[in-house]
Design a protein around this ligand. Structure first.
Ligand SMILES: NC(=O)c1ccc[n+]([C@@H]2O[C@H](COP(=O)([O-])OP(=O)(O)OC[C@H]3O[C@@H](n4cnc5c(N)ncnc54)[C@H](O)[C@@H]3O)[C@@H](O)[C@H]2O)c1
Length: 390
């Protein structure tokens, strides 16, 4: 029997919502966007018009759309502080949920989302579109196959650039509404990739600063050391790097590989000094080249998986438990940076850093927010990282 089209609501009609809509529009046989919701309904209306969403209605109150009975699945494209509340409400109303990053502002809220998914039997996914990029998939495959031997050291450079006005948007740069500065808004992409490829560390030590953004309570620069039994990872997240030279590099026993794709390998001379190992490099290069490219990348790839998982055709690529891991790492980074201690995972429920509103209670304000706009007027479409999946 032919399956009905999945009826989608887009919740939040800001910058990233357009990316979700354009992705869903690639799958007209599988789904239809039936609602776009925003506190500013004119923004919802504008997206409906611009994308020719003839079946869609604009809502000011997303709860009305969720409760209408006419929605099967929602894309949550709201500011982070609303993610958990709306996800739980949508799941309890019988909708499948895919939520933009960061999954939520606290581990307590992540757990509420996961519980709501379990209790409702509906799917909960979290956007990690960079996992759906060919080089990241190929590098993960090389690591999983053990082709560079044991990983000894990895470096993660989640380097971005944002101007001062970035933080003028009312919810950004606040511990209560955004839950972070650079780590959960930008570093989240590479932290997720890193933990997907290497798993979770035992402990974390971190330092954070705000070096260049005077309208944000939170950090714009952070450096963390992730401690595994057999390796270290050095992670830097910054939004002050003009070149946005993002890189994730794995140094194994046999070779070093990186995204953007790079491979190098040394053999040891008799005195231990390096000699280029062309044979190893060519072998890894050939393996990389022979792996197939993804048919689709980024949001369109992940949203297609979400739709197919709803139809029972394939397993969900990323569920709530998987999305939660990245929030746990970020939470440990903040706890370490604020306490000056090494933080051991996992974090427990009695920890203030685990709790809803915990960051707002304990994290320092690098600056007080003194400029705020409801919306940016005349902004061009946003960029989603330069080198994150090359
Ligand atoms: N995956 C990515 O690469 C990526 C890129 C950008 C943003 N994001 C994430 O997407 C989310 C949204 O970011 P954005 O840049 O689109 O923000 P935005 O401010 O442009 O859009 C958010 C929209 O939500 C609306 N809104 C706020 N509260 C609401 C409520 N209670 N009900 C209905 N609408 C409400 C706002 O009016 C706004 O239009 C954030 O979590 C952000 O981190 C992800």
């Amino acid at each position: 029997m032919e399956q009905k089209k999945i009826r989608i609501a887009i919740i939040g009609a800001g910058a990233i919502a357009d990316v979700h809509i354009k992705a869903y529009l690639q799958y007209p046989d599988l789904c239809e966007v039936c609602a776009v919701c925003d506190l500013f309904p004119e923004k919802a209306e504008q997206l409906i018009q611009a994308n020719g969403l003839t079946a869609a209605k604009a809502y000011k109150d997303c709860r009305e759309a969720i409760a209408s009975g006419g929605i099967d699945a929602v894309s949550i494209c709201l500011p982070p502080q609303m993610h958990a509340e709306i996800a739980v409400e949508a799941l309890r109303s019988g909708c499948h949920v895919i939520c933009e990053k960061p999954m939520a502002c606290s581990l307590e809220e992540c757990d509420a989302m996961i519980a709501a998914a379990r209790e409702s039997g509906k799917l909960l996914s979290v956007v990690v579109q960079n996992r759906c990029k060919t080089p990241n998939q190929k590098v993960k495959k090389i690591l999983d196959e053990g082709l560079i031997g044991k990983v000894l050291f990895a470096t993660v450079d989640s380097l971005w650039w944002r101007g001062q006005s970035y933080y003028d948007l009312w919810w950004r740069g606040t511990w209560d509404k955004e839950s972070s500065g650079a780590m959960a808004s930008h570093g989240v992409h590479h932290i997720d990739l890193m933990q997907w490829m290497l798993g979770m560390p035992e402990s974390v030590y971190a330092v954070i600063r705000n070096v260049g953004h005077d309208n944000s309570e939170c950090e714009d620069l952070g450096i963390a050391i992730l401690n595994y039994p057999d390796k270290l990872v050095r992670l830097t997240t910054s939004i002050v790097n003009h070149d946005e030279a993002q890189q994730i590099q794995f140094n194994g026993e046999k070779a070093s590989i990186a995204v953007p794709w790079n491979v190098s390998s040394n053999a040891s001379m008799v005195n231990g000094f390096p000699e280029e190992n062309r044979e190893e490099e060519e072998k890894l290069q050939k393996y990389y080249d022979d792996l197939p490219d993804l048919e689709r990348e980024g949001h369109p790839a992940q949203l297609l998986n979400f739709l197919r998982a709803i139809r029972g055709e394939e397993a969900l690529f990323v569920d709530g438990a998987e999305g939660r891991k990245t929030i746990e790492l970020i939470t440990a980074i903040y706890k370490s940076a604020n306490t000056g201690t090494t933080v051991t995972l996992p974090l427990t429920g009695d920890d203030v850093y685990y709790q809803r509103g915990g960051f707002a209670k304990v994290m320092p304000h690098f600056h007080e927010k003194h400029r705020s706009v409801e919306n940016f007027v005349g902004a061009k479409p946003i960029t989603l990282g330069r080198d994150v999946g090359k």
